[in-house]
Design a protein around this ligand. Structure first.
Ligand SMILES: *[C@@H]1O[C@H](CO)[C@@H](O)[C@H](O)[C@H]1NC(C)=O
Ligand SMILES: *[C@@H]1O[C@H](CO)[C@@H](O)[C@H](O)[C@H]1NC(C)=O
Ligand SMILES: *[C@@H]1O[C@H](CO)[C@@H](O)[C@H](O)[C@H]1NC(C)=O
Ligand SMILES: *[C@@H]1O[C@H](CO)[C@@H](O)[C@H](O)[C@H]1NC(C)=O
Ligand SMILES: *[C@@H]1O[C@H](CO)[C@@H](O)[C@H](O)[C@H]1NC(C)=O
Ligand SMILES: *[C@@H]1O[C@H](CO)[C@@H](O)[C@H](O)[C@H]1NC(C)=O
Length: 512
């Protein structure tokens, strides 16, 4: 056993001895919140209006917290932007800001409300946790004054951070985390230069905190799991339906499995911006999830989880693929873009077959049997090994079995929702460089599914057939060590160009 794991047990023992007994299991809640956003001409311009809006959102969150507590939940996670709504620029945030102190000050805002100036949101969150005896995870905006004559200090004289706060069941502030990886729309926030590793200990395990796309990067996500050995990660997000490979429920379920931790994801429910998809995931399987583009309602999910999940045996993600010879290479290859990433594809011609597709150093292997080969549907095996550029730059290696949108090969990789083809079996694997590989699966209607077994030689295998027509099976590998491209200037220029194109798309589709 690793020394750090021992330390965890010692700390948890102390915590448990002090309060009640340690819990082997706990009840987790996540709330997908249909956030109230004011229309463009009614944007709050002063603190009173901003607080008014935030209270309307907190009224709804409070109902969810009460309901979760009544059903025995020990912790509830609420979404990113769930209190404030979205911001279009730096200045519009001003009336929403509160100074959030470091948890080491040992503060329960509910009972000690004037200690750090004007803090109505923190007080209300703390009271909701305290009066319902439940841990509350929420997202708000912190303000930290700086000296405007210092070069890095923004001209308005303070940093503003996209911040998660956690209150324990007595209302004490136990964690504060600043989001690290901003997407292109989030110029309005500052970030710390150093990586913050924020955890909190409970009688039901050790928790780590991330926000949104932080989950795609090494620091702090992988450090929390591997070095600090957290049992559960809480993740407030405002995550769009990104098909095919970053579809929220499918990707989050895959990450929990690949990283071998519990993961609690609370998303905004805002169908105009295509944001929906929350869940409670464990290393073995998703326990509860919600994703609905046809409803305007928020949803509370609850599930009982192991406080210390026992991870399945380790997987060597390249072992099988490295041990075999490529299948026949006579089939025709073609390339098309999946969200700007140029995949190499081969069409699955027959009802049954064995295929190999390679790109750079990645070779993907597929054996499959369909229940019938339909003339009106095309499936492909694809490989991508390179820099993904759409919302952020990061290196990935992806092996994917995809249904194409239509029978025209150039539509492969465009979001497909429906399919009719059942598979009797499949086995997918790849020569991944990375041990961080996340297995995903979607059935027709974008239903996430878990109808495969991960063998410890790195194959994902379905032997008994799919319960519905298949849309996607993917092994999503992250190459964290290649995160900072230095000599890739051509790549980066291309990335920048694509980023601008993406931004134009997003500006057209978003309301803020
Ligand atoms: C949780 O316990 C660990 C292990 O001793 C300790 O190092 C850490 O500081 C504790 N974390 C918090 C936030 O109390
Ligand atoms: C959604 O909310 C509306 C209004 O609050 C309610 O009438 C409706 O029954 C809800 N739908 C579902 C599926 O819960
Ligand atoms: C995975 O398996 C391959 C081939 O069997 C081996 O070369 C490699 O060292 C293994 N990797 C790990 C991390 O064990
Ligand atoms: C598909 O089946 C036909 C007929 O059995 C065979 O000739 C052909 O080689 C197969 N193609 C592939 C790509 O397996
Ligand atoms: C695929 O490979 C398996 C063994 O690796 C073999 O049994 C099967 O016949 C092959 N299928 C086709 C269609 O070539
Ligand atoms: C998928 O199927 C549903 C229900 O049959 C239908 O309403 C929807 O339009 C289909 N979507 C596409 C993209 O074909």
């Amino acid at each position: 056993m690793l020394p750090s794991k021992w330390q965890n047990y010692v700390a948890i023992f102390a915590l448990c001895a002090f309060k009640t007994t340690c819990l082997d299991t706990f009840i987790a809640a996540v709330y997908e919140h249909a956030v109230i956003i004011p229309s463009e001409d009614l944007k709050p311009v002063n603190q009173e209006q901003a607080l008014n809006l935030m209270n309307r959102n907190m009224d709804i969150l409070e109902q969810a917290i009460i309901s979760a507590a009544n059903q025995g939940a020990h912790i509830i996670v609420t979404p990113e932007y769930g209190i404030s709504g979205f911001f279009s620029d730096r200045l519009s945030i001003y009336p929403f800001l509160e100074d959030i102190p470091h948890p080491q000050v040992n503060w329960t805002p509910c009972t000690d409300n004037n200690r750090f100036g004007r803090t109505p949101v923190q007080e209300r969150l703390s009271c909701m946790a305290r009066s319902n005896s439940i841990y509350v995870v929420a997202n708000m905006v912190d303000r930290k004054a700086c000296d405007p004559t210092v070069a890095k200090c923004p001209p308005n004289g303070y940093y503003q951070y996209n911040t998660n706060v956690v209150y324990d069941s007595e209302g004490k502030l136990v964690a504060r985390y600043y989001k690290k990886y901003m997407l292109m729309k989030e110029f309005q926030f500052d970030t710390l230069l150093d990586t913050e590793l924020v955890t909190f200990n409970t009688t039901f395990g050790k928790f780590g905190i991330l926000t949104g796309f932080d989950i795609l990067f090494h620091d702090p996500a992988v450090i929390l799991v591997e070095k600090l050995q957290v049992d559960t990660i809480v993740l407030p997000v405002a995550w769009m339906i990104n098909l095919p490979h970053l579809y929220p429920t499918a990707f989050h379920a895959a990450w929990a499995m690949g990283m071998r931790v519990n993961l609690l994801v609370a998303n905004i429910h805002n169908t105009v911006n295509q944001m929906t998809g929350s869940g409670i995931y464990t290393p073995e399987s998703p326990k509860a999830y919600y994703l609905d583009m046809n409803s305007e309602n928020g949803t509370l999910l609850l599930s009982q989880l192991d406080s210390h999940p026992k991870p399945p045996p380790p997987v060597n993600w390249s072992s099988y693929a490295n041990s075999i010879e490529p299948f026949s290479t006579e089939q025709n290859e073609f390339k098309t873009s999946v969200v700007f990433d140029k995949f190499t594809f081969k069409e699955l011609i027959n009802e049954t077959g064995n295929y190999t597709v390679c790109q750079n150093t990645l070779c993907c292997y597929l054996s499959y049997k369909m229940s019938e080969k339909r003339a009106d549907e095309v499936y492909v095996l694809g490989a991508f090994d390179g820099l993904h550029i759409a919302e952020e730059d990061y290196y990935v290696q992806i092996c994917t079995l995809l249904k194409c949108l239509t029978t025209m090969l150039e539509t492969c990789g465009q979001p497909a929702e429906n399919a009719s083809t059942l598979f009797d079996m499949f086995s997918l694997s790849g020569t991944f460089d990375s041990q961080y590989v996340f297995p995903e699966m979607l059935l027709s209607g974008n239903q996430i599914a878990w109808e495969f077994e991960v063998l410890n030689d790195g194959r994902i295998v379905n032997k008994n057939g799919t319960s519905g027509p298949l849309l996607m099976v993917t092994l999503f590998g992250r190459q964290y060590e290649k995160n900072k491209p230095k000599n890739a200037s051509v790549d980066l220029e291309y990335a920048l160009l694509m980023r601008i194109i993406t931004m134009v798309f997003v500006l057209y589709s978003a309301v803020w």
